[in-house]
Write a protein that binds this ligand. Structure first.
Ligand code: NAD
Length: 313
């Protein structure tokens, strides 16, 4: 790959994280935002974040903080952002109209060998890219927040995305230290959110039906399932818990299916007694809403420690 420049559109939470991730791999990054003020804020924030990553021993790549920082340039127009970029990543708010408007402006500005990508959490790649001249070069890269500590990226092509675009995107993400997975078909919620919302649906029913408190339900994840899931997923769990997959299914499929039959279909969460019970427990565990920043900092410190452990293993 001759060109070493990535263009990032939208310098919010996700845009600035990706800017750091690509700079850590030695790529030049141009960062654009509709609000010029946001770009300066992003640059200041990136400098702070790079410093704390270094202190935590989590700075990626072989370049110094200053070298990585110097690779990131804030720009004030879209054309400069995408000029000569081989990879353009859009990180603007989660609205189809905004994303489509951004892409219709980018499409005529780029050459035919570019890769176009969006960090959307839930919009489908076909919906964003239909109508683009370069629609076969468009693919979604859905990160996990915070991307530095939770490196998973769901790579989601549409039915018209070229295979080589998908492959190059996966290689690029791996090269800069993320963990890409391929979502082979576009489906609502991709995979991470389908799993997350299946758990949330069951968690809602269990609290609603008085089986467990919300605080204890969270402990089932944080001290039970979650400790395992930080290292192995449900399939490897099954593989290890019996003598491989056939043996797991022979031993446990009946029991699992009996329980699955008791798991109802979706119920929409709403204001009311179940939510009140969850709120009370969350205030006790995580503190009042006025002080969420303290708890977020606590969470991010722990995620950083876990990420460090995983790097050192
Ligand atoms: P954000 O609100 O922090 O940042 C969005 C930025 O885009 C803002 O700086 C805004 O000024 C800018 N912007 C708005 N319109 C623009 C335009 N037309 N051109 C250029 N810039 C424009 O949002 P975020 O959390 O960074 O999310 C960005 C995308 O990433 C969304 O699609 C979101 O769903 C997705 N995402 C977010 C998370 C998360 O946890 N925050 C996780 C995964 C994916």
């Amino acid at each position: 790959q001759g060109r070493r420049k990535v263009g990032i559109i939208g310098s919010g939470l996700i845009g600035r994280s990706f800017a750091m991730i690509f700079a850590s791999g030695g790529y030049k990054v141009t960062l654009f935002d509709l609000e010029p003020d946001q770009v300066s804020k992003a640059k200041a924030d990136i400098q702070t974040q790079l410093g704390s990553l270094e202190r935590e021993g989590l700075l990626r790549g072989s370049l110094s903080v200053q070298q990585q920082f110097d690779l990131i340039t804030g720009v004030t127009d879209l054309a400069t952002c995408v000029k000569d970029a081989f990879f353009v990543l859009e990180c603007v708010p989660e609205r189809l109209d905004i994303k489509r408007s951004v892409w219709s402006q980018v499409d005529p500005l780029v050459t035919d060998d570019v890769i176009l990508s969006s960090s959307t959490s839930a919009l489908l790649p076909s919906a964003i890219s239909e109508g683009l001249r370069h629609k076969d070069r468009f693919v979604i890269c859905h990160p996990t927040n915070p991307p530095f500590y939770a490196p998973l990226v769901e790579v989601v092509p549409s039915q018209w995305t070229r295979a080589d675009v998908v492959q190059t995107t996966m290689e690029l993400l791996r090269e800069v230290g993320q963990v890409p997975v391929l979502v082979k078909k576009e489906v609502a919620g991709f995979v991470l959110n389908r799993l997350q919302f299946a758990i949330m649906g069951e968690a809602w029913r269990l609290v609603r039906d008085g089986v467990i408190s919300a605080g204890d339900l969270d402990k089932v994840m944080s001290s039970g399932l979650g400790t395992r899931y930080a290292f192995i997923g449900p399939w490897e769990t099954a593989y290890l818990n019996a003598e491989g997959m056939d043996s797991y299914v022979e031993r446990y499929a009946d029991m699992i299916f009996d329980i699955q039959k008791h798991q109802e279909s979706a119920e929409k969460m709403a204001l009311g007694p179940t939510l009140d019970a969850i709120k009370t427990d969350m205030e006790a565990v995580a503190g009042p809403i006025s002080d969420l920043q303290t708890r977020r900092q606590w969470r991010d410190n722990r995620l950083a420690a876990l990420a460090k452990l995983k790097v050192e293993m």
